[in-house]
Every structure is written in C-alpha cells, then in structure tokens.
Design a protein around this ligand. Structure first.
Ligand code: FES
Ligand SMILES: [Fe+2]
Length: 337
C-alpha cells in the first residue's frame, strides 16, 4: 500500500481525547509513528516517540513518575521536552540530559482533543466556528481504530450518494428520492459540498430526530479534517467536527465532536439520541471502508472512476496530499438523493 503522504505528518492530527490521558502512559500510532502520550507535572499534554533511546524499549509500557515517563527496562526517565532526567544508579550531568533524550513531538490540547504534529511547518488549525464554543453543547465520540484508508473515509463523508444505499432507510432511501441542489465551493486548502433540499431526508433517523433543514454543508480542510453543518431556518442545528487520523496506510482513527446549540433538551439527552441513531450508520461506513480496502488489496491498487455525481472529483485526494487547489464556486446542480 502506498505510504501516507507527508502532509499527514506536517499537519495537526488528533491522537487521543483529553480524558484518555490518565495516570498511565498512553500508546498511540499516528501517521505510522508510534508515540507515547502523557501529562507533565503542570498537566500539559506531552508526546514522545515511543522508543527509549537507550535500548529501544517501548516507553508506553513504563509508568509515570512526577510528570515524567519511566522506561521499564533500566528506569531512565524522560520529561516533557524528551530530556533524560534520571538514569538510576548513575549521576547525570547537564549535557548528558540532551544526549540521552527521547525524541519529542509537538503536542497541544484544545476542546478535549490531544493533537500532535510530527513534523513542523505545516498549516495551523483553521477556524472551526462553533466547535468548542461555550454557548453550545459538545460531546466527543471516538471510534477506535478502523481498517480502511483515511482518503477513502474522507471521500465517504463528503459523498452524499452512498447514503441512499449503504444507509438505506436510516438516512435516505434508495427507492424514494427527493430533488436536491448540490453546489461546491473551494478555497486553496479546503473544499465544501453544499446540499439544499426542500424536505428532510427520507430515512427514519432524519424524520425522527432532525429539526427543519434548509441546507447541509460538509467541508474538508486539508489534509484530513472535516466539519459538517446542518442549518435550518433558525440557523445551525448540528455541527460535527471529525478528525480522521491516519494511523497506518491501511488504518485510521476517526474522532468526532458533535456540537448543538444549547436548548432543545439537555446535552446528555442529545448525546444519547445521536449515539443511538448513528451507531448503525457508523458501523455501516466502517464495514464499507474495510470491504473497499480488502478489494483494493485483492486487485493490488485502487483504480477509481469519477461518475456524474462525483463533483469533487480528484480534489479530495489533492487536499489529502497537501496540494493547493483552485478557489472556485460551482453549481447548483440538480440531483435526486
Ligand atoms: S531501554 Fe529504556 S532505560 Fe534501558
Ligand atoms: Fe456514510
């Protein structure tokens, strides 16, 4: 399988939920790189390459001592900047601390997400609007590690036409379609698909759960961050921000944060309802991505055609690879979904 593009290592990728950083070191793989995550004494999120520089033992199998991670093999300890702060049984002078250091990785924490950037110099996070805003309810839903290519997951989430089939009856229906108007907007490093429709989707989830809808917008920010918004006559009804973290070339870890305006019931109830209704949808997409990859592997390589509804064409792949695209506005085009 083709290796992950460098854009992944150069951008902020979500490695864990804040609440996963507890009293033990946490092992995570991001962009094919094994990391150990923990909190330093001040509570800041730390990421180091998960390899003890001494004899290559996984640091994540060690323990935390006063905000440092201790390797289980000989007990060396490493702080937030990777510097070695203790070699049990020996005296460490100042210069030795850097020579014996573990490799640190840039880490930051925002709105309950622990993000890492393996290589410096990539883009900063875009403005993600209501994500994390105090006047909204938010909850995280992390999805574990899926078998599938991150690029295919991005195409999936931006592609409405699969919802009539894979999610037949839940989101839309394969045998009862409604007319929609589809437009595309792009900036240099993002692409957005906008769907305007006169009626809610025909699936039972939309009909039971959703307030009136005017349009939905799904935007991909290069390389792997997606934000989808549903808007009704009174403004935003739901916003989902998803970090599609490539774990290896054939696995990914989706982390989704659901944001709703306060009101319309308590936050915990909305969380329960959304999880209940979406559980099946998520499982269907997860299954589809795995089957798609099985077959790509069986045939040796992907070979994709762009159909008449694939308005985004090759641009999702270009953004995934960190390439700039031409700013544009296209549509609206008439389809039935
Ligand atoms: S291998 Fe980690 S301290 Fe020796
Ligand atoms: Fe889907």
């Amino acid at each position: 399988m083709t290796p992950l593009p460098e854009s992944i290592a150069r951008s902020w990728q979500m490695a864990a939920l804040s609440r996963e950083l507890k009293s033990q070191p946490l092992a995570r793989t991001v962009a094919d790189t094994s990391l150990v995550l923990f909190r330093d004494e001040a509570g800041g999120a730390v990421a180091l390459i998960d390899r003890c520089p001494h004899r290559n033992y996984p640091l994540s199998e060690g323990r935390l001592v006063d905000g440092t991670v201790q390797c289980p093999y000989h007990g060396w300890r490493f702080g937030a900047d990777g510097a070695c702060v203790d070699v049990p049984g020996c005296t460490l002078d100042g210069d030795e601390r850097q020579r014996l250091a573990a490799r640190p990785v840039e880490a930051r924490e925002i709105h309950g997400a622990v993000l890492v950037r393996l290589q410096p110099g990539g883009p900063e996070l875009p403005d993600l609007g209501p994500w994390g805003a105090a006047d909204h309810d938010h909850f995280w839903w992390s999805q574990g590690v899926w078998r599938g290519r991150a690029l295919d997951a991005l195409e999936n989430v931006l592609d409405p036409f699969h919802t009539n089939f894979i999610h037949d009856g839940i989101i839309r229906r394969s045998n009862r379609r409604i007319p929609v108007r589809l437009s595309v907007e792009t900036g240099e490093d993002w692409i957005e698909s906008i769907i305007e429709q006169p009626r809610p989707d025909m699936g039972w989830m939309s009909r039971m759960l959703e307030p009136p809808r005017d349009r939905s917008r799904t935007r991909l920010y290069s390389p792997t961050l997606v934000q989808a918004r549903w808007e009704g006559p009174r403004g935003l009804t739901l916003c989902v921000t998803v970090f599609f973290t490539p774990v290896t070339p054939t696995t990914l870890a989706p982390f989704a944060c659901f944001t709703t305006p306060k009101g319309r019931g308590p936050g915990w109830l909305k969380e329960r309802a959304i999880r209940f209704f979406l559980e099946k949808v998520v499982a269907q997409d997860r299954h589809a991505l795995a089957r798609q990859l099985d077959n790509i592997e069986r045939f040796g390589a992907p070979r994709f055609l762009q159909g008449p509804g694939d308005l985004l064409g090759a641009r999702v792949a270009q953004l995934y690879q960190g390439q700039k695209i031409e700013p544009a506005r296209e549509g609206p085009f008439d389809f039935e979904l």
